[in-house]
Design a protein around this ligand. Structure first.
Ligand code: XMP
Length: 325
């Protein structure tokens, strides 16, 4: 019968059987799935695993540190960090089209990860030719892509999306039989940081698609500050479990007049986009308590000088999407 302990034991045995004494790498995104998958593989094969974290500079406040410090402390994982902040900033310079942003981020990520994988392999003495790549694939992903049956026959050689031939990996997918809430339970049991285990969905392209307009380091800093306040207040109000996610969006190309103290301001609005959803396919806007909204608004406009207006998105999906880009 299903217990978290059983799942961990079973997966650890499977991973060991699959990997043998081969070397494994795992890309950490800051999200739940890659963290739990990585922690499971670490539990199974220890230092045969190297986790790779590409810091693209598009995560929220504290999230890179969560991976680099808290996750490492909790798991003892061997971590290879790539500081790609400047590289992503250069690649995104002047780009405001949402799909362009996604393409650029996807492309750069593959390139940086490829190089990191080569570096990791080169650093490992006698690492042999068999290499494994951990993927945080969940059961719903398996079903969606039509591979729901015969879970035991997965492991022929896959060449993972876009990686070149000399970097062919065999996939290790320890979460393939699990639903999201089960993955979180496993994460808790493995001692992962709370904030990581209960993280709400967050898009791969990160804050880049929450800045309407071109992405600049300064705009990222503004959005990061506003977002941190909104998240802190929602958490303090005990609302995290009631909300699917709450994007905070910076309308970087919009300015409006405000007044603060004796002075006129000409700043930017941020949008709060709290949504309730089952699966992100449809969503409704969450009726947050007015006093919570008021606290978020007061704090953001007081503490983030570039923002002089906080607005609430009251659009369902459809017709709106959850993200603004
Ligand atoms: P939308 O905006 O399409 O978002 O209603 C639905 C869900 O998907 C997330 N999202 C993304 N996740 N890469 C991702 O990994 C993306 O490019 C992306 N765009 C949207 C969004 O946060 C929401 O949970």
């Amino acid at each position: 019968d299903w217990t978290t302990g059983n799942v961990i034991e079973e997966q650890v045995a499977r991973i060991r059987a699959q990997v043998g004494d081969g070397k494994v790498i795992c890309a950490l995104s800051g999200g739940v799935d890659s963290a739990v998958a990585g922690a499971l593989v670490q539990r199974a094969v220890g230092d045969q695993l190297t986790c790779v974290f590409v810091d693209h500079g598009l995560l929220r406040a504290g999230e890179a540190e969560q991976v680099e410090k808290d996750f490492v402390a909790a798991t003892g994982v061997k971590l290879h960090v790539v500081d790609a902040v400047q590289r992503f900033a250069d690649a995104l310079d002047g780009v405001s089209d949402p799909e362009q942003k996604r393409k650029i981020i996807g492309r750069e990520f593959i390139r940086v990860f490829e190089q990191a994988a080569r570096d990791v392999v080169a650093e490992e003495p006698g690492s042999g030719e068999v290499r494994f790549l951990v993927q945080g694939t969940l059961y719903p992903d398996v079903v969606e892509s039509g591979g729901g049956t015969g879970a035991a026959t997965i492991k022929s050689h896959h060449n993972v999306g876009g990686l070149p031939d000399d970097l062919a990996f065999e996939l290790v997918e320890p979460l393939r039989a699990l639903f999201k809430d089960e993955v979180r339970a496993v994460g808790v049991q493995l001692g992962l940081p709370e904030a990581m285990v209960h993280r709400q969905p967050f898009p791969g392209p990160g804050l880049a698609i929450r800045i309407v307009g071109a992405v600049t380091p300064q705009r990222l800093e503004v959005l990061r500050a506003a977002d941190a306040i909104a998240r802190a207040e929602l958490t303090a109000a005990g609302l995290d479990r009631d909300i699917w996610q709450c994007p905070v969006v910076l309308l970087a190309d919009v300015r409006s007049v405000g007044v603060q103290g004796d002075g006129r301001t000409y700043g930017h609005p941020v949008v709060l986009r709290p949504v309730s959803s089952e699966d992100a396919m449809t969503a409704d806007w969450t009726r947050l308590p007015y006093d919570v909204l008021a606290r978020i608004s007061t704090r953001i406009t007081n503490e983030v000088p570039e923002v002089n207006r906080v607005v609430l998105d009251v659009t369902s999906k459809p017709p709106g999407t959850i993200e603004w880009e």
